[in-house]
Design a protein around this ligand. Structure first.
Ligand code: GDP
Length: 423
């Protein structure tokens, strides 16, 4: 078994958190490589629900090291809120978390600046923090943990932010002196967890340790490959795992894509297979499709195979995990989009994608509860046919199926790449 990357293959919220939690057992390090506390994985263990935004889901597995890689932007206030929450339920997060000294630090000014962006973002300041990173004026964790450097850098950056906020006509909703002193305290608290995580991971791999890369968001939200400008501000596809962690592509043993048995999207942007009306409402209700970070209702649609073929190409998935199959248990027929009429590639322009005509194939539903099924052969024949059809349409094997939020509501297909990659 090699080092694995787990990625969202749609518009996010595919259930990556559950899969990472499930697989983490077999790995030594679990690494987040992009995004910030705008992500949000929900993991259900028994009757306990954990929503992790910045800290890799692997932290819930005792003894595992969770790494926040260089590709992230970190709001220290949000980070410590999460650490404290985990500590309260007995998870020794602080002892098992390592933070890259090259990750960027998110400030209240970034949040204030996001007020001018209207594409349905989470308003956490993630985009403006990445803007500072790209503009090469950002404040990094290495600065934050050095009090003198921090004060100099913070004060200089605050002047630039003030000028920008004035230009945007935005009134700052924070007190600079309070922020400076709060961040100095949090920097001191963070210091014992900070290191060169690229070095840590590369040494660990050299010594035979195994690393699991935990994607947040998804390829259709990737800054380069997603439905720009309705995207996140980081690299949420396979390449991002390498740049965001400092681990080379040649050290990656496999790439697993996660897709829902249908599809959802939060916020604005084109959505060819969106179900408007009662059908969409029903899926939203059954799938509990409300954002884990913002609580916003997610837009729901039928499985989009052309989209999956596109994200499979970008990431070269070895195998697909289909989640939330149980959410479709009630349907007597299930449409699947097999192509975009007259188009044989993913259009670069949102206007074109928004106007396409999806071509559907309808498969019979199974109208049976799948949530307790324990094996591939135990699935209703119509559910197996649905999965086989998705596999054929996506041109990637489906190696694992999830029919509920619990760890044991998961089926691995015997002989699949998924089995080979994870055993
Ligand atoms: P992530 O960001 O990709 O990890 O996805 P989220 O955590 O935002 O959303 C996944 C949600 O679906 C969580 O509440 C999970 O507990 C839940 N979930 C995961 N897999 C399944 C499944 O197979 N069936 C059902 N019904 N819920 C699932």
């Amino acid at each position: 078994m090699g080092n694995l990357i787990i990625l969202g293959s749609q518009w996010g919220d595919e259930g990556k958190g559950k899969l990472v939690d499930l697989l983490a057992e077999q790995f030594d390090f679990i690494v987040r490589f992009q995004g910030g506390h705008n992500a949000g994985h929900t993991i259900l263990i028994g009757d306990r629900k954990f929503v992790l935004k910045l800290i890799p889901s692997g932290i819930l597995r005792p003894g595992k090291i969770a790494v926040i890689g260089n590709g992230l932007v970190i709001d220290p206030v949000a980070l410590f809120a999460e650490i404290d929450q985990l500590t309260q339920v007995g998870v020794d997060a602080q002892a098992r978390l390592r933070i890259s000294n090259r990750a960027h630090v998110l400030l209240p000014a970034h949040r204030a600046m996001e007020k001018r962006i209207a594409i349905g973002t989470t308003s956490r300041g993630i985009g403006p923090c990445y803007e500072d990173k790209a503009a090469r004026r950002g404040l990094r964790v290495a600065d934050l943990i050095d009090p003198q450097r921090f004060v100099e850098h913070f004060d200089a950056l605050a002047k630039e932010h003030e000028a920008m906020l004035t230009a945007f006509g935005i009134e700052p909703d924070y007190d600079l002196d309070e922020v400076r002193s709060q961040y100095l305290d949090l920097g001191a608290r963070m210091r014992p967890m900070v290191c060169d995580t690229a070095l840590l991971l590369n040494r660990a791999i050299r010594d035979g340790k195994k690393v699991l890369f935990e994607g947040a968001q998804a390829t259709m939200l990737d800054l380069d490959h997603g439905t720009y400008p309705f995207v996140t501000s980081s690299s949420a596809s396979a390449g991002g795992a390498c740049t965001g962690s400092g681990v080379a592509p040649t050290l990656i043993g496999g790439i697993i894509g996660v897709a829902k048995a249908y599809i959802t999207r939060v916020g604005g942007g084109p959505f060819p297979t969106e179900m408007l009306g009662e059908e969409g409402e029903e899926i939203r209700r059954r799938g509990n499709e409300f954002g884990s970070v913002t609580g916003r209702p997610r837009r729901c649609g039928w499985f989009d195979a052309p989209l999956l073929r596109y994200t499979a190409t970008i990431n070269h998935f070895d195998t697909l995990v289909i989640t939330k199959l149980d959410v479709l248990d009630h349907l007597d027929r299930i449409p699947i989009c097999t192509e975009y009429h007259g188009l044989d590639e993913m259009p670069a322009l949102c206007g074109v994608l928004g106007g396409i005509d999806p071509v559907y194939e309808c498969l019979p539903g199974w109208q049976t509860d799948t949530s307790q099924v324990k094996s591939w052969d135990g699935l209703p024949p119509a559910a197996r046919r649905y999965i086989d059809y998705l596999e054929k349409q996506c041109e990637v094997e489906v190696g694992c199926i999830s029919m509920g939020p619990e760890r044991n509501q998961t089926i691995v297909k015997p002989g699949s790449n998924f089995e080979k990659l994870t055993v």
